[in-house]
Design a protein around this ligand. Sequence first.
Ligand code: AMP
Length: 520
Amino acid sequence: MDKDRPSATENASLFYLFQQRFSRHLSRPAVIGPEGTVDITFADLEEGSALYAGVLAKYGVQKGDRVVVQVEKSARALLLYLACLRRGVIFVPLNTAYTASEVDYFLENAAPTLLVCRPEDSRDLLPCAQRHAVRHTLTMDANGHGSFADAATGCAPEPHVEVLGDDEVAAILYTSGTTGRSKGAMLTQRNLSSNVAVLHRVWRWQDDDVLLHALPIYHAHGLFVGCHLSLFNASPMIFLPKLDIDMLLAHLPRATVLMGVPTYYTRLLSTSDFTRELVQHMRLFISGSAPLHRDTFRDFEQRTGQRILERYGMTEAVMITSNGYEAEQRIAGTVGPALPGVEARVVDQEGQIIASDKVGALEIRGPNVFKGYWQMPEKTQEEFTQDAYFKTGDLATMAEDGRVTIVGRSKDLVISGGFNVYPKEVESLIDDVPGVIESAVVGVPHADFGEAVIAMVVCKENRDPLAMTEEVMKVLNDKLARFKQPKKIFCVEALPRNTMGKVQKNILREEYKTCFSREA
Ligand code: AMP
């Protein structure tokens, strides 16, 4: 027996699970690029991940060490992820929109041994890496080239697959915190392997499936759902660098499954080139990360004859609920029952389970629920109940048959184009701008992004509102990822407050809810 291949009973490694599944299909394409040509086969994936594991070994990156990665989506970026899994190294992907000052915090918090960044960012990030004693910084560009790939030249591969336990951490994904501090959610081997196996069954993956993958791979949706399912199924992914409707339309004929955030579907529907004929061969359209509007669900069915399958999940638990596979089980406005093996309940403020169809806080328990927040034991404890349920922070109702409907977010989170924006973080930066007294940031409906960030700013007397608006935008431009920046800023005289002194954001949301539709 190959000594590098421990038996399934002794290795809970996610990489080992994938390897068991794809090793019989090594000649199949694994990643197809935007040009439609095969970037890598599963044989390349096996060899390439071993080679990249060799690079990690060369730089002294050991099991349990962190590797922070802020790179563009590419087949080689996927190999880097797999190399980490293979070696038991903790993968920490970062949104490519994060600025250097944001990455600085992640480097301090994750304390990685290695940072892999885009070549153009290395000048700004090197001082941050040095400040936080990151031992090595390597680069990878959108084609996978750079000093990481260079280091692989002549490097000895490390085909060994680390033997790991269920509870060992595979990845840390940062979710922004309402307090402004991001929290690193630790996802274990078991969290990820249990989730991929159950989704494979529930969504009835088939041997000849081809996933059209236009999501980013630094987020749970694109990485743990999209990539994992294709790896587990040993089937190809068409890797598109980003959402581009023309590219989606061009590649749909070769695909069988599309996963997207609701924006994908509204944009597809906005073009007359998206027709029933174009997608009649498609097996499955999945939506998640933000609420899918009932109108989108209805218009999509009218246009294509197919129903979008909506599911619900979050960074801390990957996928939690899903509508059923059969067409009649795909119901607009609901996210379906908890996945097999996952328990969900809706509780009142005292933690008591409430009657069906009444709104309450959604709590969940199961093998998919994360281990805790990295280096934040108190925060972790706060987010779990005594009987080990995780408080999702989402408000929901649950029908008698267990079907969950997400009603809103208890934590004021704004989801714009599928990305989370925590108002507090934006407000803190605005409040620091000279001339600003205070600010409030909320999300309002937006036809394209689902929600758009807007800010209400109270300025000191005698300030010119137009000049202040421009000044705030300029400051945010340098400090915040674009998706977090307000799409509109309103200078107001005062913020509405309740008797406890809290800003009443519901009033602001109501007042400004049509500020984008008014433009139409
Ligand atoms: P993230 O951690 O970035 O994956 O964001 C998780 C949050 O996205 C959840 O807590 C929900 O508030 C929201 N979310 C995800 N899927 C859905 C959905 N299908 N409907 C409504 N909200 C969703």
